[in-house]
Design a protein around this ligand. Sequence first.
Ligand code: SF4
Ligand code: SF4
Length: 630
Amino acid sequence: MDLNNFTTVEQMEAETARLRECAACSGAETWEDRKKAQTPSCKFGEDGVCCRICSMGPCRITPKAPRGICGADANAIAGRNYLRMIAGGTAAHSDHGREICHTLHSTKKDGHYQVKDEAKLLRLAKEWDIPTEGKDIYDIAHEVALAGMMEYGKPFGTQRFLNRATDERQKLWNDLGIAPRAIDREIATAMHMTHMGNTADAEALVMQGLRTGMADGWGGSMMGTEMTDILFGTPMPKDTEGDLGVLEKDMVNIIVHGHDPAMSEMIVVAAEDKDLLDYARSKGAKGINIAGLCCTANEVTMRHGVRMAGNFLQQENALLTGIVEMITVDVQCIFPSLGPLSECFHTKFITTSPIARIPGSTYVEFHPETAREQGRDLVRQAIDNFDKRDPAKICVPTRKQPARVGYSCEAILKELNGVTNSHVDERDTYKPLIDCIKAGVIRGAVAIVGCNNPKVRPDHSHIEIMKKLLANDIIVITTGCAAQAAAKAGLLRKEAKDLCGAGMKRVCELVGIPPILHMGSCVDISRMMLLATDIAKDWGIDIPQVPVVGCAPEWMSEKAVAIANYVVSTGIDTYLGIEPQVKGSVQMMELITEGTRKLTGAGYIINTNPDTLVQAMIDGIEAKRAALGI
Ligand code: SF4
Ligand code: SF4
C-alpha cells in the first residue's frame, strides 16, 4: 500500500493555514489568535495553587505566602481545584446520561423517538430485575428509563452498574470506600467537600475524586451509552469518511456538533425526507449533506455512518470554509466563538439546549414531543440559506479519508465470532483476542481518548502515538476527538494494517478489522471499561493485570479528568500528554501518580513528549506481560 495515502499532521496544518488565510479577509478570529493573546498563561493557575472559592480571597500560594487567608496550603488548594474539575466533568457526562434517560422515557410506538434495540433493553431490564414477561416493550422502556433516572438521586446503596465489574474490583471499591452511591450525590459531595472550611486533606480529596469519577464512568456515562444504544441502535461496523473534505460544495451542508444525540438524530432523519430533498434540489443544491463535529459526530457516525467533519480544534475551521449553511449544537465543547464567527459568514448557528446558551446563536429548544418537526424545520432553514453563500468567502476543503467505525463491544464480539470454530469454540467471548495476546502476536491494547489542546500541535500526539503503537503490535481502541484524529489521518481504514507489525497485521487480515477500533464518543469510554472487565473475566485475571492501558495525549476538558479518575479506579494506568493543574503541590503529584497505584493498582504517567509517552506505554504493557509470564 502507498503509505503516502495517510494524511500527515503537516498536511492538516497546511489546510488550516489556507482556511485561516481565506478567513483573514472576513475579519474572522480563531483559537490560534486567542491562544496568542492568552500567552503566557498564569503560573498560579497552571500549577493549581490559586483559590477563589470564598470572598476572603482570591489567594495564591507563593514561597512568601504558603497559605491562603483561611490557612489552606498548596496541597489543599490544588486538591480542591482538582476535585472540582472532576465534579464538573462528571456533571457534564452524567447530565447527558440523564437527558437520554428522559428521551427513552418519552418513547412511544408512533412517537418521535422509538426503541431501536429491544434486545439490549430486555437485557438491561433483566439485569435490573425489572419484570418483562407479557409487557409492552414501551412500558418496559419507561420502567428502565425511570430506574436509570433513580440512579442519580437514590438515597441508599451504591450504583447498579458497579455489579458489572469483576468481583475483585467490586470488593476493592467497597473496601476503599470509593464505590459511588448516587450519581448526583457524588458531585454534590465533591462540591461540599471543596467549599471553604471543609476538607483540606489532599488524600481525602483524591479519594473523593476517584469516587466521583466512578459516578461518571460506571454511572452517568454508562447510562448515556446504554440508553443511547437502546434508543438509536447498538453500533455495528460501517464505512464512512473523515475530515473537512466531507463538506460538499454543491450540497446544503449542515453540521451537528456537541454530544447528546437526541437532536442530531432528528436532523439526520429529517435530511432523508424526500420532500426536503426535493426542496433542496429546487434551490439548486444536489442534496443535503450532514456532517458531524466532536462527539455528536461520533454518535451519528457510529450508528448511521454520517461523515465526520472533524474534532474539537477543527470546529472553527468548518465555518471558515464558507460552505456551511447551518451549524446546530447541543451541549459541551462548543466554542462560544462560533457566535461571532458565524456572523462573518452566511452560516446559521443554532443552539438547542438550555444547558448551552450562546450569544450570537438562534435558540431552538428541542422537546421530545416536537423533535421530529423541529428537526425538519431546521433542515428547511438550512436549505433556505443555501443561496446566501458569499462566493468571495468560499474556501473548499480538499482532504478526506475513508474510515471504518462502529465497534461497540457487541460488534467486537461479533467480529471475533468470525474467527472461532463453531464446532469447538465458545462464541461471544473475547477468547480469540486473549489467545492472540497470550501468544504475543498482539502485545496488548491501548485506549487513546480525549480532546485537542492548543498547548500541543493539534492531533500530532494522537497520530504519532497511534502509529508507534501499531508498529509495536499493540491494538488501539479509540473514542472522542482522538478517534476523529485517527479518522482524519486515515488510520481507521482497514489498510492501516500496513502500519502494524507482522503479528497485528495478520490478526487484522484474519478478523477483517482496522488496527484502530473506533468505539464511539466520550461517554462510550464506558464501553472500554466493560471491554477491559470482560476480557479480565474471560481470562480469569483481574483488570490491572490485563495488558491494557489508557492514554489521553491532548486532553483539555474537566470531563477528561473525570474519565481519567474512573479509568484509574478501574485499575487501568492512564498516560497523560498534558500535565494536570496540580503541579504546585508535591503531595498531589505524588498521590495521582503513585498514591492511587497503591490503592487501585493504577495511576497517572505524565509526559508531555509524545515519543517518551508512547515508549512508556509500550514498556508498561511489556511489564504487564512479564508479570503474567507471557
Ligand atoms: S478558601 Fe481560603 S484559600 Fe480559598 S479564597 Fe478563601 S481564604 Fe483564600
Ligand atoms: S474528546 Fe474532549 S474535546 Fe472532544 S468532544 Fe470529548 S471532551 Fe470534547
